[in-house]
Write a protein that binds this ligand. Structure first.
Ligand code: T1G
Length: 688
C-alpha cells in the first residue's frame, strides 16, 4: 500500500509510503484520492498527511514521464484535498519537492521539521510544476518569492519557508504539532485556492525574463514557468491550473526534459558496480601530496567530509604555498556564507601540513596531486608505497598520464587507482575513477565510496592519454584550432559554442586554465604523435609570444587591467599568417558549421573511447561532458545529444568532413556499426 490511512479520535493519519523517496506515481495518486473520500465519509475533524522513511515526497515519479499520463491526475487529486470540507495538515519531514510540495500547498496547513526542505525543482527536469504549484505558491508566498523558487528550482529550508509564509510553523515533531492544532484556528484557515492571487507586477516579470536570458540561456522550462505564473494571475484558479497542466504536458514530451531526466537517472546510476559492494576501505585519514591549487581543493573537499588530512610538501616554500591555497578556499567559503567561523576552525583542525612522509603511515588513502610529470609522480608514489600500510589505497590525480606505467615500479601496483578531480576540486562534481590494468576491487571500491562521501559523480575510466574527458577535450580543441586556422577567429568559435549552450567557448576556457598546460601536453605527446595527422601550430605560437592566458594578462583574448576579455587582432592575424605559410585558402565558417565540426569531432572521439572500453557506457560519457566540461545540461550530455541527431546522420556528416582530412575525421568504427545496426549510442555495446 503506497498510502496508508488510520484514524484516532476523529483525526485521520495518512502516510505516503513509496520508498525510497515516496515518488508520486499513479498508485500513490489513487491512494491519496481514496484517502480524501475516506476522510469525508468518516467526517473526520482533520487529516494529518506525512511521508514514511523520513521523507515527505520527492515529487511526481519521473519514471512515468515517458508514458501517457494515467488517471487520476495529480491536479485533480490535490484539488480534492484543497476543496475538501475536512482540512488537511501536511507534516513535513525530509524533503517535499515538486508534486510533494504541491500536496503540501493543497493542504490547509503546513508544519515542517527544522531540517526539512521544500521546493519546486521541476525546471531542473525540464518541466514546470504540473499540479497547481504555479498558482498556489504565488498565493502563499507572493510573486517575488514564487518566481525565484519556481524559475531556479532551488528548495528552501524550514525557517525560510516559515518566514516566507509557505509553512505555518516549524516543529521538531510535525505530526504531534498537527495533532495539537486548535480545531477552531484550523477551521479559520481558508483553502489555498481561495487565496487571492497577488497583483501583476510588470517590472518584476521583465527583470525576471532578463535574468533568465542572462543566467539560463537556451533553457526552455524556466522561461515557460515564468510565463505560466504571469498568465495565471489573470485567470480564475482552475483555469490557471488547466493552462499550467497543458504547458507541463507539452514540456514533458520535449527534448530538453528528456535530456535532463536522462542525466538525472544517469547520475543516480553512477554508483559502484555491484561486484565492488562491501570491498571499500573506510577512509579516516588521507594524505594529499602537493598543496597546489588542485591539492588544496582536494584536501578541502576531504576535510569537509570529515576526513583527517595531511598535506605533504617537499619543503617550507611548498608548505607556505599549501597554507595560502587552503587559506584562500576557506576565506572564500566564509565570505560566501557557505561556512561560519566555527566550521572554518573545525576544518582547519582536521588538517596537518608536513614534509614528513612518515606521516602517511596511518593513512588509508594517499592522493598524489603534484606537477603533471611521470618521473615526479613515480618518485612520490614510490615514497608513499614505502610508508603506507599494506592495505592502504594509493591514488594519483593525474589528468593524462599512463597509470599502468606509473604503478609498474611499485611494490604493490594493485592498490593504485586514478582519482581525477576537476578544478576547483572542492566544487566540481565530476570524479573520474581511473582503473589500471592491476587496480584491485578494494582500491576501486574505495574510490567509489570516497566519491559518494564527497558528493561527487563517479565515472569509471580506463587508461589512455587523457582518460575520457581530457581525450574528448583535446579533440574538441584540435577541431577548434583547425577551424580558427582555416577561416575563423577564437571569438567566433567561442560565440558559436556559447550559442550551443556552453557557458564559455574553448578559447575563453583555455585562457582561464592557462595555455601552458595544453602546451606541456603537446610537448609530451610530440614523440608519439601520428606524423600523418595535421598539426595546427597556432597555440604553440601563442606560447612563443608569452600569451598564456588570464594569468599573463593575455591569451587568446586580452584582459586589460585584469578586466573582461577583449578580442585581439594580433591573435587573429596569427591564423592568417600560418594559413598563408601552409598554402591554405581560408573559408568563412558560419556559426552552425563551427558548432557542427566541434561537436562531431567530440562525438567521433567519444565513440572510439566507448569502443575501446575506456568508458563503460554512453551515459557515463554524458556525465563526464556535463559535470566536468560544461556541456549544456539541457542537451543531456554529448552522447545523448548525438542520439538526438541520429547516428546515421552523424556518420554521413563525418564522411563529408573526412574528404577534407581522412586522418582527423576518420569515422569511428563504433559509429559505423551503430549506424549499420540502426542502434542508438545509448543502446550499443562495444565489441570487446
Ligand atoms: N521520480 C522517480 N524516482 C526518483 C525521484 C522522482 N521524482 N526522485 C528520486 N528518485 C529515485 C532516484 O532515482 C534513486 O533511485 C532514489 O530515488 C534515491 O534518490 C507534478 C511534475 C529527493 C533530494 O525533481 O532531488 O513533481 O537510484 O539517489 O541523494 O509538479 O532524489 O536508488 O534506483 O537522488 O537522497 C520533481 C528529484 C519531480 C526531485 C533525494 N522532483 N529527486 O536525494 O537520493 S517533477 C524532483 C531529488 C514533479 C509535479 C512535477 C533527490 C532527493 P535509485 P537519490 P538522495
Amino acid at each position: 500500500m503506497q498510502v496508508t490511512m488510520r484514524s484516532e479520535n476523529h483525526i485521520g493519519y495518512v502516510t505516503l509510503s513509496n520508498p525510497p523517496v515516496n515518488a508520486i506515481g499513479q498508485v500513490l495518486r489513487m491512494g491519496l484520492l481514496e484517502a480524501v473520500r475516506w476522510a469525508e465519509r468518516g467526517r473526520l475533524d482533520r487529516v494529518i498527511v506525512s511521508g514514511a522513511g523520513g521523507v515527505f515526497a520527492a515529487g511526481a515519479d519521473a519514471k512515468e514521464f515517458d508514458a501517457a499520463p494515467q488517471e487520476p491526475h495529480l491536479p485533480e487529486v490535490l484539488n480534492a484535498i484543497d476543496e475538501s470540507f475536512v482540512p488537511w495538515i501536511a507534516a513535513i519531514e525530509g524533503v517535499a519537492l515538486g508534486g510533494g510540495a504541491e500536496i503540501a500547498m493543497a493542504c490547509r496547513m503546513r508544519i515542517m521539521a527544522p531540517g526539512a526542505r521544500i521546493g519546486l525543482p521541476e525546471v531542473t527536469l525540464g518541466v514546470i510544476p504540473g499540479a497547481g504549484g504555479t498558482a498556489r505558491l504565488p498565493r502563499l508566498v507572493g510573486l517575488q518569492k514564487a518566481v525565484e523558487m519556481i524559475t531556479t528550482g532551488k528548495p528552501i529550508g524550514a525557517q525560510e519557508a516559515c518566514s516566507a509564509g509557505l509553512v505555518h510553523t516549524v516543529e521538531d515533531d510535525p505530526i504531534e504539532a498537527a495533532f495539537l492544532v486548535n480545531s477552531e484556528a484550523l477551521g479559520c484557515i481558508v483553502p489555498t485556492w481561495e487565496y487571492h492571487a497577488p497583483a501583476h507586477d510588470a517590472d518584476l516579470f521583465r527583470m525576471a525574463r532578463e535574468n533568465l536570458q542572462a543566467k539560463m540561456p537556451g533553457q526552455e522550462a524556466p522561461v515557460r514557468a515564468l510565463a505560466v505564473i504571469e498568465a495565471g494571475l489573470a485567470l480564475p484558479f482552475h483555469a490557471a491550473l488547466a493552462h499550467e497542466r497543458q504547458v507541463f504536458l507539452e514540456l514533458k514530451t520535449g527534448s530538453q526534459s528528456k535530456a535532463l531526466r536522462h542525466l538525472f537517472f544517469a547520475q543516480r546510476a553512477a554508483k559502484a558496480p555491484a561486484h565492488l559492494k562491501g570491498a571499500a576501505l573506510e577512509v579516516q585519514h588521507a594524505v594529499v601530496v602537493g598543496g597546489g591549487t588542485m591539492g588544496a581543493g582536494i584536501a578541502y573537499a576531504l576535510v569537509s567530509s570529515g576526513v583527517q588530512v595531511t598535506i605533504l610538501e617537499a619543503d617550507a616554500d611548498g608548505l607556505k604555498r599549501a597554507e595560502d591555497n587552503i587559506g584562500k578556499i576557506i576565506a572564500a567559503s566564509l565570505s560566501r556564507g557557505m561556512i561560519d567561523a566555527a566550521r572554518a576552525a573545525d576544518l582547519r583542525s582536521r588538517l596537518t601540513l608536513s614534509t614528513e612522509y612518515s606521516q602517511a603511515a596511518t593513512a588509508q588513502l594517499a592522493i598524489e596531486a603534484a606537477f603533471e610529470d611521470m618521473a615526479v609522480k613515480q618518485e612520490i608514489l614510490g615514497k608513499l608505497d614505502a610508508v603506507l600500510s599494506a592495505d592502504a589505497v594509493l591514488a594519483t590525480n593525474t589528468s593524462y598520464l599512463d597509470l599502468n606505467e606509473m604503478a609498474a615500479p611499485l611494490m604493490d601496483p594493485t592498490r593504485v587507482i586514478g582519482l581525477h578531480f576537476f578544478a576547483p576540486a572542492h566544487i566540481m562534481k565530476l570524479l573520474e575513477i581511473v582503473q589500471g590494468a592491476q587496480s584491485s576491487d578494494r582500491a576501486m571500491a574505495t574510490g567509489y565510496a570516497l566519491a559518494k562521501r564527497l558528493g561527487k559523480v563517479p565515472v569509471r575510466a580506463g587508461v589512455c592519454d587523457g582518460f575520457i574527458g581530457n581525450r574528448i577535450l583535446a579533440r574538441y580543441r584540435e577541431a577548434a584550432d583547425t577551424v580558427f586556422m582555416d577561416g575563423s577567429t577564437p571569438w567566433e568559435v567561442d560565440d558559436a559554442m556559447v550559442e550551443f549552450g556552453y557557458a564559455m567557448g574553448p578559447y575563453e576556457a583555455q585562457d582561464l586554465s592557462g595555455l601552458d598546460i595544453a602546451y606541456a601536453n603537446r610537448q609530451r605527446q610530440a614523440a608519439t604523435r601520428d606524423p600523418n595527422r595535421r598539426y595546427v601550430p597556432i597555440a604553440d605560437r601563442m606560447i612563443e609570444l608569452g600569451k598564456l592566458g588570464r594569468k599573463t594578462g593575455a591569451g587568446w583574448y586580452r584582459y586589460p587591467g585584469g578586466g573582461g576579455k577583449v578580442e585581439d587582432p594580433i591573435v587573429a592575424d596569427l591564423a592568417i599568417e600560418e594559413a598563408h605559410f601552409s598554402g591554405i585558402t581560408r573559408t568563412d565558417y558560419s556559426s552552425q558549421e563551427i558548432r557542427q565540426r566541434l561537436v562531431l569531432a567530440m562525438i567521433n572521439e567519444a565513440a572510439d573511447i566507448l569502443d575501446a572500453g575506456i568508458a563503460q557506457s554512453a551515459g557515463d560519457i554524458d556525465l563526464v561532458t556535463v559535470f566536468g566540461y560544461g556541456f549544456p545540461r539541457w542537451r543531456g550530455g554529448l552522447m545523448h545529444y548525438a542520439d538526438s541527431l541520429g547516428v546515421e546522420k552523424i556518420v554521413a556528416q563525418l564522411e563529408i568532413l573526412a574528404q577534407e582530412d581522412t586522418v582527423a575525421w576518420k569515422v569511428s568504427p563504433f559509429l559505423r556499426r551503430c549506424a549499420d545496426a540502426g542502434q542508438s549510442l545509448a543502446e550499443a555495446r562495444p565489441m570487446r
